[in-house]
Design a protein around this ligand. Sequence first.
Ligand SMILES: [Zn+2]
Length: 949
Amino acid sequence: MVMSLRSKWVVGLVGARSCASARALFLISILFWTSFSGLQAQSASPGLPANSRPFDFYEHGPYRPELPRPSDFLGYQTGDFLTTFALYESLLREYQQHSDRLRVFTTGQTPEHRTLYLLAVSSPDNLAHLDEIKEELGKLADPRKLKAGHELDQLIEKLPIVVWLSYSIHGSESAAFEAGIQVLYQLLASNDPALSEALNHTLVLINPCQNPDGHERFAAWYNAHGIGRPEHYAYEHQEPWSVSGRLNHNFFDLNRDLVSLSQPESQAATKAFLQWHPQILADHHGQTKEFFFPPPALPINPNLPEKTIIKWLDVFGKSNAEAFDRYAWPYFVRERFDLFYPGYWDSWSSLHGATGMTYETDGGGPLGYKWYRDDGTVLTLRGGIAKHFTADLATVLTAAANREARLRDFRDFFETTLSGLRRKYFLVPVKDPEAVGELVSVLLKQGIEVSRTNAEIKLLHGTDYVGGDAGERTIPAGSFLVDTSQPYGRMATALLETETPQNSEFLKRQDELRKQNEARGTEEAKQDYEFYDVTAWSLPLAMGVEAYFTDEPIRTDVEESVDSVAYPNIAVHNSKGVEEETFPNDRPEQGVAYAFEPASIAAMRMAISLLEQGYRVDTSNEMFRAAGKNFPRGSFIVREERNPATLRQVLADLSGRFGVPVQSIHSAFSDNGLPGIGSEAAYSLKAPKVAILVDEPVTQTSYGLMRFLLERKCGLDAIPVPLENLTAAALAEINVLILPDGDAAHFKKAFNDKHLDDLHDWVSRGGVLICIGGASEFAADPDTKLTSSRLIGSEEKTDTNTEKAPSEPRQKPARPSSTSKEPANRKPIEVPGAIVQAKVNRDHFLTVGYDFDALPLFVQGDGFFKPSETGANVLTFEGEKLKLSGFFWAGDTEQLLRGTSALIDEPIDAGNVILFNSEPGFRMIWTSTIRLLLNAIVYGPSQPRESGD
Ligand SMILES: [Zn+2]
């Protein structure tokens, strides 16, 4: 065993440059592991395989007596109880007082006001020079600050390697949190020579709990009910919907949030990461059958330097394997978790120069303290903790042993980025300045440098995101520029490129799987495809930003770097130069009325705020003319005569706060052929009173997204209501109900006839029912009679039972032009998240503010909607080329999707049923679709009905 151990360590050291300290560390690591084997002869139990040994958390002594063992301080053995975050903080304070190897930083706060920490663990000497180390790591990561040469070599010779260990991003994966406690104790208290020597060369940064709010929800629930029964039917294995400790307070999955960085936990952790420049990152999870560690599955994001990435993942994978083999623990690599989507911690950190790894352990979480495996043996939380713990110690030692070689490759990552990338992306804030502002602020949070042009730039070969052809372009002054020849150029490319190419070997395998599935009988189980997450996320497309890119050199004298950007300060531009728009900060002039345009979330917030405060606001579905100016459809009119005297001051306050200009209107007279503000086309808006369906059958993250974007993004307090409380009386109090995404079959099971009858009555009286994703699929079921749309591939029923079918349309439905050829009626193969071009029906109130013909949309799954025959098809998939980015199944997706609807408005008497094919604002990446939802909420309940119907 010792021989094989040595040989693997030698493999682990391939590529390490020879230097005295690395050699010393290598030998000492060997000693660390061989001391295990020495013990083994005495303690191996007869039932264990010959090469295994029993596990003990405290076998790396001697330990410093001034630091209490976690079990002594907490009062229970590891894995016997879940440590609450509050208790963890007490332990941390204790260690902070008594350890010279620990510095504690706070990085932010969770939505529930818990503190987010970053712990620096290293030798006292390294800790005394932390600021210096931090600054030097910054130089290492930016070849513009420090060129190759003697000084760089000296830095690499002396700098510690930085290992980032983060725990409990999914708060219910309990083994990770407990493992973080054990690892912290071990690193602080162990006087084992190998560990102590490793800390002389390693700075370990620990994010002890990335999701304290979710962890605390789960721990409180499980501690109350967990008694350690391994039977799968025990209550302790059935985490309630409302607990969902995996998610943060806003019910977001933080390990998908690193593209938009929408959550405070993601913002705090990434900000710290960008300051410290770690070389190694391990993110700890716990929901697999056996332990997983890298190398990962295909595909790997092509913006990563694959050879170096694989080289180091192999080094760490093999050292973990070695450590696990000693205990005869099974594990798996390469099977499931990929490095493709940049919004997970492993791929995100890799795109920022680190060796990013996901560690998934097997015990704990919903499996509780104990869980029967299928062979009758018992999996334990303690075992799950032990595995994370073992992998982490191996990781720290491996990092220390490979310090210099890994630092050199880290430096090389940035050098090759600066010298190898030359693409430039331009973001033009003419069509939608607010969206550009959102995108720029995401890029800045990612550490990406953005500049702004102060003169017009002419491109010979500028490629349009949607058109795709390179040609002469003029980029107006005031546009934002991202030059990928910068330290985080790879990440910039990963976020901005129109398409992230897929690995061909991976695609070939998916085709094979498809062939095998197609050969199987209709009732035979199908194999899963291996797409682990979405295949497209191009930010300019998802956020609705006009953008171009080029590889040609451009003038360098026209840029100014940008530090921050906020919507009200984004200039409106023309080709002559930048014109800063000024916003009123005092009361608008006295008029008969005031008007403002609707084409931003900020303007919608302003309208909602006025309505919620009881002010009377009108709008029109047609363009109108006032104060010598054309106002687009959906613009808001606030009349002096019908509102309290406070109106002018309130408008001034809101206009200053949201950056939305307000126009004073002195006369209702229109000076041209367009209607004026007194037109009969104008109608008054009802204040929205919105409820969101919560709990089963809704998906937690979809509920979370709806609540978050209405509450935090749009300033609208929606009421979460569970289905059992959704009575006729409750419905009578609201005018908008949102059914978030969920499984359509579960919706059907949950909604009984009474619920459906109540819903129909409420919609008929003027309610607006907004269905998202799977809820829309449920609505398209003929039995619900909520829409005439049906799913592609659904079995048509004969229309013998039509008494409850939607009544005659109030407005002429806009039918997609290409539906003369009906799409084939077979079930599509699920799409793994792609971006698709949709055609915008510009006459419909849902598209107010979308005054362009096409909008890129997110498509996922197999819910494709046939056009409604009785309602309006507001966004439709038509045209020559549908796919803008991501993966489509050849001969299936495009053919079946063409001619279908992405957004449907189905009027039923005085109300509307509105169907979204996917989540507006998905993961806060698809922000271009948020206003569609707001339009449904703001204009939906007040839609005028023609009296002649
Ligand atoms: Zn997880």
